[in-house]
Ligand binder design. Structure first.
Ligand code: HEM
Length: 437
C-alpha cells in the first residue's frame, strides 16, 4: 500500500512556484519531492532564497562535507524584520546567551562539544534507561488498555519520550507539564509560521527552561548527583584524550552555563517531538498493514525492522539547514557563498535510485539501514540509540498488550504545518486487548 495519495502525484506537473509552506504541500510534500528528484534535485525555492536538496546521493554529498556546508544556521535560517528582531532580542536578554553548541556549530567547536556530550550520553547511560522506559510504557498502556480506543498522540506518543528524557535529565514528575511546554517552545518556530507574538511567547518559554536548569546545575555544584546534569558539570577533555585538530576552544576547561543550557535544550527538543512523531507513524502504518502487525506479534524480533522502515518512510526530521561557506556547484546547480540549503532527508529516504517501491511500507527491504532519518556524518543524531530503544520497547509492549488495532473514521490525518518536522496532530486508534500473557 502506498502512503501518498496517488491523485496528488498527477497534480505535480512542474515545480515553478513551488512553496514549501503551502498548507496543502505541508500535508503531503512527497509528490513534489519525487518530481524534484526526477527533474530538479537541487531546487532553488523562488523568492525564499534557499535550495532544497532532494536526492540521496546529493544529500550525502552535503552532509559529508561540513567545511563547505556549515551548520551555523542559527541566526540566518529565518530572516526577521528589524522591529521584530529588536523585540526578540529584548526577550532573549532576559535569559542566558543562546550559544551554538552541537547542532548549530561547526568543527572544531562542534567536535569538542560533541565529544563532551558523547561522554555524558554513553551507550551505558542509554541502556541503563531501559527499565525506566519499559516502566513508563507499561504504566501508560495500563491507563487505557481497558477502554478499547485512545487518541494515540496525547495518550501515548507524547508522554512516553517526554517522561523518558525528563528522567534522563532528572526532572521531577510535578514539573513534567512545564518540561513539555519548554520543549514545544524550543521548536515552535522551526519550519512553521508562528506569527510575531507566538515567536516571542516561545522565546519566553525558552527563558523559563534556562532559568530552571541553571538553578538545577547550580544545586549540583555543591550536591552532585548521579545524573546527566552532574556529568555535564564534570565534563572535561582530559589530558589522555587525543588532541583535537586545530581546536579553538581551550581543551581543558569545563563547560560554562550557557553552553550546558544549549546542550540540555538540544537533548530536550530533539528527544521529544521527533520520537513522538515516529511512534505515531509507526502505529498508523501497522494499523494500515495488519499483516505486519500480526507478524510483529508472532515474532517480536521484527520490531527493529519496523522501527527502521517507519523512520525511512515517515521521516520525522524531514530536513535540516546548511549554509554554503563558499561558491559551490551541487548537482549541476551553482550555489553562492552564504546560500541557504535544506537537505531533505525524507526525500532522500524515498529515492527510487536506492529504495524499490519507495512509497511502500516494507520492513523486510534489504537496504533499510541506508535511510538518513538520523542524518549522517559529524552531526549524526546523538539520540539515535535512545529513540530506537524507545521505539523498540514501545512496539514490543503495544504488540504484547493489544490484539487487533484499527483506525476509526474519526481520523482526519492532519499533519502539523511544518516543513521541517513531520507528524500527525492526532490519531484515534481502536483496539482489542490481548488476554494477559
Ligand atoms: C526518532 C527520533 C529522532 C530523529 C528522527 C532525529 C533526527 C535527527 C537528525 C536528522 C539529526 C541530524 C541533524 C543535521 O543533519 O544537522 C539529529 C541530530 C541530533 N539529535 Fe536527533 N533525532 C531523534 C531523536 C533524538 C533524541 C532522542 C535525542 C536526544 C535525547 C536527539 C539528539 C540530537 C542531537 C543533540 C543532535 C545534534 C547532533 C550534532 O549536531 O552533532 N535526537 N537528529
Amino acid at each position: 500500500m502506498t502512503t501518498t495519495p496517488p491523485e496528488v502525484f498527477s497534480k505535480v506537473t512542474e515545480l515553478q512556484g513551488f512553496n514549501p509552506f503551502d498548507p496543502q504541500t505541508l500535508q503531503c510534500p512527497f509528490p513534489h519531492y519525487a518530481a524534484m528528484r526526477a527533474n530538479d534535485p537541487v531546487h532553488e525555492v523562488g523568492g525564499l532564497g534557499f535550495y532544497l536538496v532532494t536526492r540521496h546521493d546529493l544529500v550525502l554529498e552535503v552532509v559529508r562535507d561540513p567545511e563547505t556546508y556549515s551548520n551555523q544556521f542559527g541566526q540566518t535560517s529565518m530572516p526577521l524584520p528589524d522591529d521584530v528582531r529588536q523585540r526578540m532580542m529584548d526577550v532573549i536578554a532576559d535569559g542566558y546567551p543562546r550559544v551554538p553548541t552541537m547542532l548549530t556549530a561547526d568543527p572544531p567547536d562542534h567536535t569538542r562539544y560533541r565529544r563532551l556530550v558523547t561522554k555524558a550520553f554513553t551507550p551505558k547511560v542509554i541502556s541503563s534507561l531501559e527499565p525506566t522506559i519499559r516502566a513508563i510504557t507499561t504504566r501508560l498502556i495500563d491507563s487505557w488498555i481497558d477502554r478499547g480506543s485512545i487518541e494515540f498522540v496525547e495518550e501515548f506518543a507524547v508522554p512516553l519520550p517526554v517522561e523518558v528524557i525528563a528522567k534522563a535529565l532528572n526532572v521531577p514528575d510535578e514539573r513534567l507539564a512545564d518540561f513539555k511546554q519548554w520543549s514545544d517552545d524550543s521548536i515552535a518556530g522551526i519550519g512553521t509560521d508562528l506569527g510575531v507574538e507566538g515567536r516571542l511567547e516561545a522565546e519566553r518559554g525558552v527563558n523559563d527552561f534556562q532559568h530552571y536548569f541553571a538553578a538545577q546545575l547550580e544545586e549540583r555544584r555543591s550536591k552532585p548527583q548521579d545524573d546527566l546534569l552532574t556529568d555535564l558539570l564534570n565534563a572535561r577533555v582530559s589530558g589522555d584524550d587525543p588532541p583535537i585538530d586545530g581546536a579553538t576552544v581551550a581543551d581543558t576547561r569545563p563547560l560554562n552555563v550557557p553552553e550546558m543550557l544549549s546542550i540540555l535544550q538540544q537533548l530536550l527538543v530533539a528527544g521529544n517531538e521527533t520520537t513522538t512523531k515516529m511512534m505515531t507513524e509507526m502505529i498508523r502504518l501497522l494499523a494500515e498493514h495488519p499483516d505486519q502487525w500480526r507478524q510483529v506479534q508472532e515474532d517480536p524480533s521484527r520490531v527493529d525492522k519496523v522501527v527502521e522502515e517507519t523512520l525511512r518512510l515517515s521521516t520525522p526530521t524531514q530536513g535540516m539547514f546548511r549554509i554554503a561557506t563558499r561558491e559551490v556547484t551541487l548537482g549541476g546547480v551553482d550555489i553562492p557563498a552564504g546560500g541557504r540549503i535544506v537537505v531533505i532527508y525524507s526525500s532522500a529516504n524515498r529515492d527510487e535510485a536506492l529504495f524499490s517501491d519507495p512509497d511502500g511500507f516494507d520492513p523486510d527491504r534489504a537496504n533499510l539501514k541506508e535511510h538518513l532519518a538520523f542524518g549522517k556524518g559529524i552531526h549524526f543524531c546523538l539520540g539515535a540509540a535512545l529513540s530506537r530503544l524507545e521505539g523498540r520497547i514501545a512496539l514490543q509492549e503495544l504488540a504484547r498488550r493489544m490484539d487487533t488495532i484499527s483506525l476509526p473514521d474519526s481520523n482526519r490525518y492532519e499533519y502539523f504545518p511544518s516543513f521541517m518536522l513531520r507528524g500527525l496532530t492526532s490519531l484515534d486508534l481502536d483496539f482489542t486487548a490481548r488476554s494477559a500473557t
